[in-house]
Write a protein that binds this ligand. Sequence first.
Ligand code: SF4
Length: 575
Amino acid sequence: MAEQIYRVNMTNLTTSTEPVPDKWMGLGGRGLTSTIVADEVVPTCHPLGSKNKLVVAPGLLSGTVAANSGRLSVGAKSPLTGTIKEANAGGTAAQMLAKLGCKALIIEGLPKNDIWYTLQISKDGVTIQEEKELIGKGNFAVVAGIGKRTSAKHGVMTIGPAGEMKMLSANISIKDPDSHLRSSGRGGLGAVMGSKKVKCIIIEPTDAKVEIVDQEKFKEANRTFTKALVDNPISQALGTYGTNVLVNIINESGALPTKNFTGGQFDGHEEISGETMHDIIVEREGKPRHNCHKGCVIQCSQIYNDKDKKYKTSGFEYESIWAMGADCCVDNLDHIAEADHLMDDIGIDSIETSVAMGVAMEGGLLAFGDGEGICRILREDVGKGTPLGRIIGCGAGSVGRAFGVTRVPVVKNQAIPAYDPRAIKGMGITYATSTQGADHTMGYTIATNILGVGGSVDPLSQEGQVELSRNLQIATAAIDSTGMCLFIAFAALDDATCLPALVDMINARFGADLTAEDVTNLGISILKTERAFNEAAGFTSKDDRLPEFFYEEPIAPHNVVWDIPDEELDKFWNF
Ligand code: SF4
């Protein structure tokens, strides 16, 4: 089936399908969303105004049987950071869109009235329907409601109340194979969808298959690729303990931000660790291994049940557990799981919102450690959109300004996640220079700084950090374009067969003749496209900085400050 661009204009309520322009042909995932945003969005526009566009794109290998290839990219100008933004997630949508031949979905304009809509996507294009029944509903009710209206096999992308209220941390949720949720979490893309009055996007199932030019070569490459993933020891640890395996590791390294970034180790780390979580899940008959999309062989997700052995949350990630746990000093996994469930339902980024809670605790709203208080505020304020809820729902920077707190861990107004940059300098380079605000997934130097994957760079030294972050940011931009989960990077860095097999799969899929160098060049070109958009939006190297307190307040146990000189940071873009 020929791939097409699906376009929806919410001002005129019209839709169209268009041939893919040559310029976009070899792109997918983040490469495509960022290129379309750079080509079609006015960089200085208001992110919630009529000139912004929401772009959805499966990766180059999405819809095939390639292991771990089911990630979906969503892009726009971010209302949280003001920069270009891409957030990707698993779930069933990427594979379904790819099979329908949807290369990208572009949603533009704003409705002229106050009516909400649902978009329905099929092989024939998009239809727009007025939506009443699901407005005001949480994400779990939306997924159940769509299931009743259509079938359990339909794909769903939805926003919760946070997106409807255009909170700047609102996410877009994507139904997974078990009708649970995965989130395109960062940067407030749910608010962009809400500004366009699109409550949800329904995707019709199809028996169609993605075209593969050389089936035999593809199968052979996928066998090699899958073996590299399965044999990798970090993949195996992720499959056993989830990403939360990192709590004890990062605590040991002294880089687990604690009590709103005032310390690097948390006394309650054992209570919230991956090992403890694994035992609770097994005892309550949950699932310690689970995949967020069909074909994942790492299976870092899990199903976490409550004390009555009923579903509470899934995709219970280290960064969310850290943020509600160590950063807010909550050492009770059930309180953290309840908060995670509430944030999934409200449709709000669990990193941004939890870091915002830590800042609010410092501002005196709640005592540190009050997990029940956090859940109450999520339920009664954020979910209902009270003035306090809207301040929290607009992120850590918003809370800092409202409560007069100066220790606000954000870069470009996006919350810094679970790795303190003073004790792991490579992460600080990534937070400062990323085109998307502070985001660990943009250049995950933990691999080399802490886990010894792809070499070793001392996390406390200034040496080699810029180069490390740059190389990983380039590689990540390329991986994010393939539809691959970022966790393939551990095998790609450690196993000489992995990356060539990935390139072989792309070549077999499209009948192309790309080399590893071409893939690197793709990553470089994506970063430069994103950087150019940000510069046109008014960002300069002065925005590539960490907050003041990191330069001034040493963090225990290493008693170190952020000491990478600005001139060193500015060398990042010398490529
Ligand atoms: S490793 Fe985890 S995040 Fe990646 S595809 Fe599998 S379940 Fe999803």
